[in-house]
Write a protein that binds this ligand. Structure first.
Ligand SMILES: Nc1ncnc2c1ncn2[C@@H]1O[C@H](COP(=O)(O)OP(=O)(O)OP(=O)(O)O)[C@@H](O)[C@H]1O
Ligand SMILES: [Mg+2]
Length: 229
């Protein structure tokens, strides 16, 4: 489904070339639950941006459902991203002026779905994340955990192939973090959506069926033989 081969990413700062990702190979299959751990600055968010089609690699090949995304224009890429990827961020990234319902419906509105149908589907998915009693609340009227539930609903509303979560519990207290993690795991199981989670927390990583570690831009997977030692 998601297939990254030999992905490199570097930034040119004056005469200095900064290598951030070096030959990353990663396949994400339907229904996977995968964690990415690694020290600060190791390239996790950079990799997530590439997986999520928010950034382009400097080298390597990336296929999404068999399609080479490197040949797509920015416009094509954003349509493709909207159809296939959902995002959850540490800082929620909800729009302050919109209600929970309107925030969750946003990907469908961008997709050109009618307002009524978009709101109907958003309400459905908000119920799945336990937010049916807060549809008309704006973000500033919600707790951190509730905001993240709305963000998760927004990530899922368009039935993407994969949900990418960059430290989704990083801004939450430990009890709320555990609730949000349990929710992601349940949705992965029940909806069959692949979930990729960046985390610093080994406890969270241990709950994922697949675990990867990134260090200095090199990605290794638990149990693939190369990660030994
Ligand atoms: N636009 C850029 N120009 C130059 N260097 C960059 C740019 N974006 C990221 N980097 C560098 O790439 C490296 C990886 O950054 P990235 O944000 O992916 O790290 P991370 O693993 O997500 O860290 P954290 O755990 O702190 O979020 C860092 O050293 C950073 O300075
Ligand atoms: Mg990061």
């Amino acid at each position: 489904m998601l297939q990254l081969t030999g992905i490199g990413k570097w930034f040119q700062l004056g005469t200095l070339k900064v290598d951030v990702l070096r030959g990353v190979d990663l396949e994400v299959a339907e229904g996977d639950l995968l964690s990415i751990m690694g020290p600060s600055g190791s390239g996790k968010s950079t990799l997530m941006n590439i997986i999520g089609l928010l950034g382009r690699p400097s080298s390597g090949r990336y296929l999404v459902n068999g399609r080479d995304v490197s040949t797509m224009s920015d416009r094509e890429l954003s349509v493709f991203r909207n159809a296939h990827i959902g995002f959850v961020f540490q800082s929620f990234n909800l729009l302050d002026r919109l209600t929970a319902l309107e925030n969750a419906a946003l990907p469908l509105v961008y997709r050109g779905l009618g307002r009524r149908e978009a709101r109907r589907r958003a309400a459905e998915i908000l119920e799945k994340v336990g937010m049916q009693d807060r549809l008309d609340h704006r973000p500033d009227q919600l707790s951190g955990g509730q905001k993240q539930r709305v963000a998760i609903a927004r990530a899922l509303v368009g039935t993407p192939a994969a949900v990418l979560a960059d430290e989704p519990t990083g801004a939450l207290d430990s009890d709320t973090a555990e609730e949000v993690m349990n929710l992601l795991i349940r949705l992965n199981r029940e909806e069959g959506v692949a979930v990729v989670i960046i985390t610093h927390d080994p406890v969270i990583s241990m709950q994922c069926r697949r675990r990867t570690l990134i260090r200095d831009g090199v990605l290794l997977e638990d149990g693939d033989g190369r990660a030994a030692g």
